[in-house]
Design a binder for this molecule. Sequence first.
Ligand SMILES: Cc1cc2nc3c(=O)[nH]c(=O)nc-3n(C[C@H](O)[C@H](O)[C@H](O)COP(=O)(O)O)c2cc1C
Length: 365
Amino acid sequence: MTSFFDQPVSIKSLTLKNRVFLAPLAGVSDVPFRRICQELGAGLTYVEMLSSVAIKYKNKRTFEMMARHKSETILGVQVTGSTAIDVAAAVEVLDKKGFDTIDINMGCPVRKVVNSGSGSGFLKDSPRISETVRLCRQATQKPLSVKMRLGYTRENVNVEDTVNRVVQEQADMFTIHGRTRSESYAVPCDLQGIKKGMDCSENIKFDALKVGNGDIFSYSDAENMRIVTGCDAVMVSRGALGNPWVFTSILEGKEKYPSVQEWLDVVLRHISYQEEFYGQSSLASILMRKHLLWYTKGLPNSKDLRHTLNNVTSLDDARNILREYSSILPAQFLRQEGSRLEGTKYDPKFDMDRQLDRGVGDEGL
Ligand SMILES: Cc1cc2nc3c(=O)[nH]c(=O)nc-3n(C[C@H](O)[C@H](O)[C@H](O)COP(=O)(O)O)c2cc1C
């Protein structure tokens, strides 16, 4: 059986093999993780959000983040910035770099990003939304999209206006994350809010692809998103952390719980890609730790295992520890408990090596 999501779809001239995308994820969506998600089915993946100012000043780390593996035949990139001119200049650079599609982030809630008017900061300055998309549209012929939230606060939901502006200026796709900037993950994704944004784009004579995002941890979540909002595709974020099988589930139209061997094969392959990309450095193992904790979430008797993995200093050690642990699990064991990562409230950002100053709930900004 396959699902609605296992059908090709086009964003302008770019044809994708299916309708399940991996979101840009700061500090997470690097080459190794993207390769794993693609192999397990993601139809489109993105480099994490880049800053237009960092692109303007040719920041070395930002250009390193644009790395692409030869197996990544289709790859998107995301950018944000505080002026339309800066964002459009960055889009021109990203176009020349050969990315297949370019997204403008109008949803990032991180305080320092928002304070500069970038990310969710756009949602408080509607004319700048139009101006930015207009200039970016002039800067690239590649498929152009915007990822947004419902609004800045619950009292100021303006998703319909944002969608109207984005589509009027001829973006080819938009993604709606069903929360406002001030809402944390403890607030469930508002599917009716997403639907409002999707429905209003119907009135405009422009055929933009509509993507739903928020709380997609399983096939049934994706299907529910589609039924309620009428989206053309879904974008998965936290649901892919430690559970790239979520892509297979959504494509096959049934939940996929990996066996011990399947689970181990994928985690070891992720470690190999990590080694290939970062080398056998201690950085490689430090950056791998968060993934190892996500992959082992909810496994039986895993307290000691997870503590050890959280302190691992070499990828070889990680391999040995995982092999030994998996050998004591019953062969018929299926990993399902960990796949929801403690429900939808879970905020991986607080767990990550790279702590981000999100400022969630700081409505005064
Ligand atoms: C670790 C992490 C990093 C994120 N980085 C980005 C990013 O770079 N760009 C972006 O548009 N959204 C980013 N997001 C937000 C997600 O893409 C998504 O919109 C949000 O998590 C809601 O989806 P979910 O409920 O399925 O997780 C990030 C989320 C997490 C958890």
